[in-house]
Design a protein around this ligand. Structure first.
Ligand SMILES: Cc1cc2nc3c(=O)[nH]c(=O)nc-3n(C[C@H](O)[C@H](O)[C@H](O)COP(=O)(O)OP(=O)(O)OC[C@H]3O[C@@H](n4cnc5c(N)ncnc54)[C@H](O)[C@@H]3O)c2cc1C
Length: 342
């Protein structure tokens, strides 16, 4: 039992991670504002303990009980900060559900996030891995964020440049990893709004429906429909979305693989490198639909590992390692997991 009333003990985490993996947080504090972070840091009981920041638990694989103090971010609130000639600046609390923010900003006349509809999780985690989908990344709509430094207890504010966004990457995975709690994020939503509809699946929708000039709401609906058809709903089948990052290789490596596997799905990048579809590599190794213990590879998308019902984290990691070995054995490419493994 902890003595501080705001510090919960032995909290089950199964319902707090979308993979549905069983684990317990020995101590958990709910963060509804910067002051809650400082209260944890000032506490003689847990101030100096290691911390784990938790949002919606949709990019997380729990392989053990969590000894770190879990900071469950629940900062709320959505507001228009400024209307500029070229953009709306909108601020959201880090604990808000990402999809709710996408929905509400469109409904309130501030479109621009529609391509990122239905990505699970919270606003505060979105900059951590620079979430992206359907031709758009958070970085394209990001203005700035606020948070609290977990070492000094001081407030921090970072702009786009300081976040060092990359493909599923940011400063929060490097020098600021485990170092800060993001409490508010501001978006820059361009005016006038322009559709981002160059992604193949969206072009296909334009072609099928004959709607040449889709509205933000139309793109939102298409993205939701496409995602529902392709990805398992974590409420029904536990998962953490794409389990591996798409590997980026040199043009020479890519040519070498194409020589052996002409079908390989690949995308040239602006810097001359080539991004390979990790799902294709896994599928080519025969993993789609396979099961090991209670962990499996989703039938419709080999990049997604799923909980067949009662999986534990170590089973998921065993399957992940077996997949990494086969892909390395056949293509010489090391797949890197996308979720945080605890
Ligand atoms: C079905 C499904 C589909 C998905 N599709 C996509 C997709 O299309 N594109 C995409 O990019 N991702 C996708 N994801 C991954 C996931 O939704 C995102 O990574 C999301 O941003 C994670 O949010 P979360 O709140 O659940 O983070 P969590 O899983 O709780 O945490 C993830 C990481 O962020 C850190 N973190 C969380 N909140 C904060 C905070 N406030 N301050 C500091 N650090 C924090 C955590 O410590 C951890 O390191 C998908 C996941 C699922 C289950």
């Amino acid at each position: 039992m902890s003595s501080a009333p705001w510090l919960e003990s032995d909290v089950p985490l199964k319902a707090l991670n979308t993979f549905g993996l069983p684990a317990t947080a020995r101590r958990l504090a709910r963060i509804r504002g910067d002051a809650d972070v400082r209260r944890v840091l000032d506490s003689p009981e847990v101030g100096r303990s290691a911390k784990l920041v938790l949002g919606g638990g949709s990019n997380l694989v729990l392989t053990r009980d969590v000894d770190e103090v879990v900071l469950k971010v629940e900062v709320d609130g959505l507001r228009l900060v400024e209307t500029r000639d070229d953009a709306f600046i909108v601020e959201a609390g880090a604990g808000m559900t990402w999809h709710d923010v996408v929905t509400q900003t469109i409904a309130r006349g501030w479109p621009g996030l529609e391509n990122l509809a239905l990505i699970p999780g919270t606003v505060g985690a979105a900059p951590v891995q620079n979430i992206g989908a359907y031709g758009l990344e958070l970085a394209d709509r990001f203005d700035s964020l606020d948070g609290v430094d977990l070492v000094t207890g001081l407030g921090i504010s970072l702009d786009r440049r300081q976040c060092l966004f990359g493909y599923r990457d940011s400063v929060f995975k490097h020098s600021l990893a485990n170092r800060s709690v993001i409490t508010r994020v501001r978006f820059r939503l361009p005016r006038p709004w322009q559709p981002v509809a160059g992604y193949l699946d969206l072009e296909r929708k334009i072609h099928e429906t004959g709607i040449r000039e889709p509205s933000a709401r139309q793109i939102f609906d298409w993205v939701c429909a496409i995602r529902r058809a392709k990805l398992p709903d974590p409420q029904v089948i536990g998962n953490a979305g794409s389990f591996f990052k798409n590997p980026v290789v040199t043009i020479e490596q890519c040519r070498d693989i194409i020589g052996r596997d002409p079908e390989i799905v690949h995308y040239p990048m602006p810097d001359g490198s080539v991004k390979l579809a990790a799902g294709w590599l896994i599928d080519a190794c025969g993993w789609k639909g396979k099961t090991m213990g209670q962990a499996g590879v989703y039938e419709k998308q080999a990049l997604v590992l799923v909980n067949r019902g009662h999986a534990i984290g170590s089973e998921v990691m065993l399957l992940a390692r077996a997949i990494q070995e086969s892909v390395y054995g056949r293509f010489g490419i090391r797949l890197e997991p996308e979720p945080l493994v605890v």
